[in-house]
Design a protein around this ligand. Structure first.
Ligand code: GCU
Length: 674
């Protein structure tokens, strides 16, 4: 049944017309060596070709017509492709003639590179691309391409909308279910090379011997796929687990505890990646509890893993309950002064925006502001604030928008992508993380379309220059069918879907107006939570006169945290793009938008547009019924019905609330109830 379990690795039977051609390009597979990774690559190609054509490529020692040849310079000294510049994970694919025989050569410096190349070739095969003349070179610019699982040891997943955790802690390490292998296949196919197994709101228990053994078992499954394991740690683990009196990072006993713990982990997992830390954030303990800085904490941990080649990813997602300053400014205020103070195996992990994974946020002001410190991106694949499992809101455009944003840190062209790939400031340690949307649901991600967000994250992590649209296209080709009658409407739906969610949830730069706690559905009226910055009213500041958060000099001056050209643009209401208007400015209800309408009318129109877009997706999807299998068709149709109903709920509730403040009539033609 098409329940989505196979993700984008479906290898569904190709059209009759394509089958012979496909099979002819992989009559045999030649590899040099028998490493587990090469066996995996071979079996994946066999599985793919068998699924698409019915013919199973043989494993051969000699090249014949139609061979797929996987080789490294070490295994084939006379390799007709140069592998310089491909690094340890990249690959080249080229069709060529060898002794009069047509061959497809996949070349790389390592077996992992060959596996990535094999997946690329299978992607082309699945998406209906011609395999006749290939000449491809691809290598990632970002070193660490990680999933962050917010999975708890009790099996729940924080902000998970796809069922319980896939880590079966109870039966690990002895039972390593097949799902772990499929997880590794899916991730390797898009180039993800690391996974943080447990929630950033970590429990100390994850560092006990039994859990280290469980993590080691997973690491054993993932290793041949080129995927390393990492752990989130709780700052006070030395106190909780072994009764130390303090967790002060400058206390020698604390440093010794972490050193011993790291040694213990590396004994079980020799290629363990390192630690991820959420400290002094949302109630988590951290070095500031001992009047030490984030750098003091990070460096102490970094020293513990250094000899083993490990790293520390230190999160910059901080804002304090007793800090009255604009929440959007606090991470910068804490971290900017620490630039240059981190050890060389520390990387600071920064969310894409300064608040929290909203449908739209301006890029985080730390990007470009810490040239002496490697910064890694944290995206959220699980759609905490974008409709969770039922709303179709493709995140590719959100990721792309952030990566392409220009920080102007070193003049025009200093994009966020160049900050995190290390090229702007010459960093070797580089990374990007995505908070996973994976759970035990049959379809892994809570909906078929949510799989596209996992896919897009991996593809962009591998190559930040890819376009969200091209990624949507290849995903749809693999997930549904290479038939463009199916692909084009699906890509169109996907590409506008995030903007539609912005429109029906947080138009014109509004933010964090979701109902509190679960963050699902509207709650712009909520004002009674103990921490002011958890209340939606804190963010929209709507009153009788107007709406929006003044982040210019007359307000919080958050704009002052950006490089001068960017600060200048956002400081001026006239040069602020309308999509960011209410993020940076408090404007009167009568403020005129570029369309000539007032901000009040403009808000209403955007709510209406968002709802209309979802209705259009419903129509498009209905038209695809003849081409999509019944199960996935029905699920998506049902979810779009939910989304449409909830888009209206967002619109109507938001308008009703803001109208109670603005006291304005609805503009003519609005579909919202008056
Ligand atoms: C958000 C989210 C929390 C999470 C936090 C974080 O606030 O709602 O569940 O723990 O981000 O990223 O640490």
């Amino acid at each position: 049944a098409e329940d989505g379990y196979d993700l984008w690795l479906r290898y569904a039977p190709a059209d009759q017309a394509r089958k012979p051609g496909l099979a002819a390009h992989a009559t045999a597979i030649v590899t040099a060596g028998t490493s587990p990774t090469l066996t995996i690559a071979t079996q994946e190609v066999q599985r793919g070709i068998a699924g698409m054509t019915g013919a199973i490529p043989t494993v051969s020692a000699t090249i014949q017509q139609g061979t797929l040849w996987l080789a490294t310079p070490a295994s084939a000294p006379a390799l007709p492709i140069k592998t310089d510049g491909l690094g340890s994970e990249g690959y080249a694919i080229r069709t060529t003639m060898i002794d009069g025989k047509a061959v497809t050569l996949i070349a790389a410096n390592s077996d992992i590179g060959l596996l990535h190349g094999a997946y690329h070739w299978l992607r082309l095969a699945q998406s209906g691309t011609s395999l006749d003349k290939l000449d491809i070179r691809s290598a990632p610019k970002i070193g660490l391409r990680l999933l962050n699982h917010w999975d708890n040891l009790n099996g729940t997943v924080e902000r998970g909308y796809a069922g319980q955790s896939i880590w079966d802690w109870w039966r690990l390490p002895d039972w390593k279910g097949p799902r772990y292998t499929d997880y590794a296949r899916a991730n390797a196919s898009i180039g993800i090379n690391g996974t943080v197994l447990n929630n950033v709101n970590a429990k100390a228990d994850s560092l006990t011997a039994p859990y280290i053994a469980k993590a080691a078992a997973l690491a054993d499954v993932f290793r041949p796929y080129g995927i390393k394991v990492y752990l989130s740690v709780k700052w006070t683990a030395p106190m909780e687990l072994d009764g130390l009196k303090t967790a002060d990072p400058l206390d020698p006993a604390v440093a010794a505890w972490w050193k011993a713990k790291a040694d213990e982990i590396y004994k079980a997992i020799p290629d363990f990646g390192g630690f991820l830390v959420k400290a002094n954030s949302e109630g988590q303990p951290g070095p500031q509890d001992y009047q030490r800085t984030h750098a003091d904490g990070a460096n102490m941990l970094a020293a513990a893993v250094k000899a083993h080649g490990g790293i520390v990813m230190w999160r910059a997602f901080v804002y304090a309950h007793d800090n009255p300053d604009d929440r959007a400014k606090q991470a910068y205020s804490d971290f900017k002064p620490l630039d240059g103070k981190f050890a060389d195996n520390v990387i600071v992990q920064v969310k894409n925006g300064a608040i929290d994974f909203q449908p739209r946020e301006p890029f985080h002001p730390l990007f470009g502001a810490m040239p002496k410190t490697p910064l890694m991106m944290e995206f959220q694949i699980t759609k905490e604030y974008l409709g969770q499992s039922t709303h179709l809101t493709y995140l590719g455009p959100l990721f792309e928008e952030v990566l392409d944003a220009d920080t102007y840190a070193k003049g025009k062209g200093s994009t966020v992508a160049k900050v995190i790939d290390g090229s702007l400031d010459g960093h070797k340690l580089t990374g990007i993380a995505g908070v996973a949307n994976i759970g035990v649901d049959r379809d892994w991600s809570g909906s078929i379309f949510n799989q596209a967000d996992w896919y897009a994250f991996g593809r962009l992590a591998w190559d930040t220059s890819l376009s969200a649209q091209d990624i949507a296209k290849e995903w749809a080709e693999m997930t549904f069918s290479p038939d463009q009658k199916v692909v084009q409407p699906i890509v169109k739906m996907m590409m506008g879907s995030r903007e539609a969610a912005v429109d029906y949830m947080t138009p014109l730069g509004l933010t964090h107006v979701m109902d509190t706690g679960h963050h699902y559905g509207p709650g712009p009226w909520v004002s009674d939570l103990a921490r002011p910055e958890w209340n939606p009213v804190y963010y929209h500041k709507a009153d009788a006169n107007g709406i929006g958060f003044d982040r210019t000099k007359t307000g919080s001056d958050a704009v002052g945290q950006y490089a001068p050209p960017v600060a200048k643009m956002w400081a001026n209401v006239k040069t602020t793009p309308e999509r960011d208007l209410l993020w940076f400015h408090h404007v009167p209800w009568d403020y005129r938008l570029s369309s000539g309408e007032t901000v009040w009318d403009g808000l209403i129109h955007r709510y209406d547009n968002g709802v209309r877009y979802v209705a259009d997706m419903q129509t498009t999807w209905a038209s695809l019924k003849p081409y999509v299998d019944a199960e996935r068709f029905a699920e998506t149709q049902a979810f779009l019905t939910i989304q449409h109903r909830e888009a209206q709920w967002w619109r109507d509730a938001s308008i009703a609330y803001f109208q109670s403040v603005s006291k304005r009539p609805l503009p003519a033609g609005s579909a919202a109830p008056a």
